[in-house]
Design a protein around this ligand. Sequence first.
Ligand code: FAD
Length: 344
Amino acid sequence: MTDPQKTDIIIIGAGPCGLFAVFELGLLDLRCHLVDILDKPGGQCAELYPEKPIYDIPALPVCTGQELTDRLMEQIAPFGPVFHYGQMAEALEKLDDGTWLLTTSDGVKLNAPVVVIAAGGGSFVPKRPPLADIDDYEASGGVQYAVRRRDALAGKKLVIAGGGDSALDWTVNLVDIAESVTLVHRRDDFRAAPDTVAKMRALVEEGRVTLQIGQLKGLEGDNGTLGRVLVQAAGDDEPTALDADVLLPFYGLTMKLGPIAEFGLNLEENLIPVDTERFETSEPSIFAIGDINHYPGKLKLILSGFHEAALMAHAAHGIVHPEKKIRFQYTTSSSSLQQKLGVA
Ligand code: FAD
């Protein structure tokens, strides 16, 4: 086993609250590693509404979900946070020395005296089509919900399902390297960006992509190796069998609390109760901020999570450096804080 990566703080969730926590912790010289199942920062802002305007971030009259994320990433850059994207924070174990060992779904191990859960509404997980034996094909790589390595799909017969941006982007993107690409959607109407829809239609016209209107009906293969995808078209008696090495369903994402429910913390209806002085959970040195926590009067707003991050950071400092006292300082007037931010 490789040694765990040591840090001051492990943050589960790189949504806006996890990101701002890096800033508040950074001002106190605490270094952070962040784990997120998504392949990018921003949580709900970047995944659910990147282009929608937000109007209630103090002093930013309007910004989109993506712009807020980009600005937070710029603000925390001086503190050099380490991101572990595309990985679920899966298991949390308390070690004999009182610190925490977090293991991710990729087997990455992180060790820190403090864990901050900023997991929002839970981890984003792909919506799975309700097909018999799909688990077997997922295990063998015959069904994949994200393209982790484009090259790995070279020369394969691909069936891509869905009508949104991901399905159409990958249809257009994989056609040059795949043996064949068939796009399956329940109707001949697509939610993706008009430009991508036009590119897909041109590829269909040229005979380079097959468009199959219908619903996924079943999977066939041998010993878990995918061979065919069955698609039921409205009005047809029998499903159409499409030769396939890999099915890529892009039906969007849903949020689930997931492994955090097994961390042994008190929960109330899938939320983590905390106190409002430190935002600490039922387990000392594990904190919860942002949408995932609950306390009397809680508002699920980004600005509430920012406030929680500031108070949590001061409490966390007392755990990481019990011997050091914090001297309260303003960023406006403290040259030492400005040096940390690289502006003095
Ligand atoms: P999230 O943004 O949910 O991020 C949590 C992250 O944790 C996710 O990226 C998730 O993948 C990750 N995660 C969870 N569990 C795990 C795990 N086990 N392992 C790895 N990663 C994990 N709020 C406002 O204040 N103003 C608005 O105008 C506003 N508009 C909104 C519009 C829409 C359409 C929606 C859906 C929400 C809106 N909100 C708004 C709410 C706001 O987006 C949330 O309050 C905010 O995103 C919460 O931030 P967070 O960091 O707590 O969690």
